[in-house]
Design a binder for this molecule. Structure first.
Ligand SMILES: *[C@@H]1O[C@H](CO)[C@@H](O)[C@H](O)[C@H]1NC(C)=O
Ligand SMILES: *[C@@H]1O[C@H](CO)[C@@H](O)[C@H](O)[C@H]1NC(C)=O
Ligand SMILES: *[C@@H]1O[C@H](CO)[C@@H](O)[C@H](O)[C@H]1NC(C)=O
Ligand SMILES: *[C@@H]1O[C@H](CO)[C@@H](O)[C@H](O)[C@H]1NC(C)=O
Length: 316
């Protein structure tokens, strides 16, 4: 099953790459726009609310042009993306991984949804996980929640009696967090539940309410756990261990690069300070202890020289 998925992705990747390289428009670095498109500046002329986007995009392109690596975008186009991180975060406008980690393009393969959930029936999430792990070969999956999460807050409130179609959709989506809230035995959450049962008119929990914060953290842990139980990850870990422990090659072909161990981490972000905390629930291949000391030394040097992608660094 594993190698089948692999070769399918390989075909897709090759097709995409050759199409891109052969395209005369892109070969000329896409400076001329195709018929049917207009510039963002033209669109902003008609819809002035778009002006900040146009201005931001100009600044982005300028910062690349003036950086140590002005050909970065073209290099990523020709060589493809090799992101080290798969990011699963919340859709909240304040928590974009493209902002809070100051990454250059090419670092994150991303899924964001309301309250950073992973469900075994969410085809979008499954496809992203499968493609990220088997084809893009990410080394780390980052699950990041944030204090003050609206999806988690809504899970603490009583479910409204009458729901329209939109309300139904949101309530169905946050259902697993509601279950977590009702079933959790964590002290802060039990206290919040008891308080709210005794005070049915209490308003929504405040940003710094300890029960609310605890539920944000438990929801991240639940997502980390859900991913670690998914056959995509589980099979990958077994394939990795088989290669390492008894030399049974499980790659697409002998010329394929070695499988990576793949780790899953749980982070929480404080929207009021911009700080990120690790929940210390990282998981990797069961029983596997890697020695990252050389990677650490090499990465520190690489970062000083402006290379922030561990995938490009020796021993990482
Ligand atoms: C508690 O969790 C179980 C599943 O483990 C679920 O069936 C039940 O509905 C949950 N309780 C509530 C109130 O959500
Ligand atoms: C929580 O935040 C509110 C403002 O939203 C503030 O008034 C209150 O003092 C804070 N409480 C704690 C315990 O930090
Ligand atoms: C190789 O290792 C894997 C995982 O550690 C194990 O499941 C498998 O049985 C091993 N195969 C042999 C031939 O020892
Ligand atoms: C993180 O968890 C490990 C065990 O899983 C524990 O040994 C370690 O002390 C924890 N670190 C912190 C800072 O809590």
């Amino acid at each position: 099953m594993f190698s089948k998925t692999f070769s399918l992705y390989a075909v897709l990747a090759t097709a995409t790459l050759s199409t891109v390289v052969a395209s005369p428009t892109l070969a000329a670095r896409g400076n001329s726009h195709r018929s049917g498109t207009r510039t963002l500046a033209d669109a902003a002329d008609e819809y002035p609310q778009l002006l900040p986007l146009e201005e931001g995009n100009s600044r982005f392109r300028q910062s690349i042009a003036e950086s140590d690596h002005p050909d970065l975008l073209w290099d990523l186009t020709v060589n493809g993306q090799h992101p080290e991180f798969l990011f699963l975060g919340c859709s909240d406008s304040r928590v974009s991984e493209g902002t809070i980690f100051s990454p250059p393009p090419g670092v994150f393969f991303t899924e964001r949804n309301i309250a950073n959930q992973y469900g075994g029936e969410d085809l979008n999430a499954i496809a992203i996980l499968a493609y990220g792990v088997t084809e893009l070969r990410v080394g780390h999956i980052i699950v990041m929640g944030h204090y003050g999460c609206g999806g988690v807050q809504a899970s603490i409130l009583n479910k409204p009696d009458h729901l329209d179609r939109a309300g139904e959709a949101v309530q169905a989506w946050i259902g697993p967090i509601r279950t977590l809230y009702y079933n959790s035995t964590r002290d802060e959450i039990v206290k919040l539940r008891e308080y709210r049962a005794a005070n049915p008119d209490a308003g929504p929990p405040q940003f710094n309410d300890s029960g609310f914060r605890a539920l944000v953290e438990e929801n991240v842990k639940n997502t980390v756990w859900g991913i670690s139980q998914d056959p995509i990850i589980y099979d990958h870990w077994q394939a990795f261990l088989a290669e390492q422990n008894n030399g049974t090659l499980k790659r697409a072909s002998e010329s394929s690069p070695p499988l990576k161990p793949v780790y899953i981490h749980g982070f929480v972000y404080d929207i009021s300070s911009g700080e990120i905390y690790d929940l210390n629930v990282s998981q990797g291949p069961p029983g596997w202890n890697a020695d990252w000391s050389k990677c650490k030394r090499n990465l520190i040097t690489a970062i000083r020289h402006g290379n922030t992608n561990p995938d490009d660094v020796e021993d990482c």
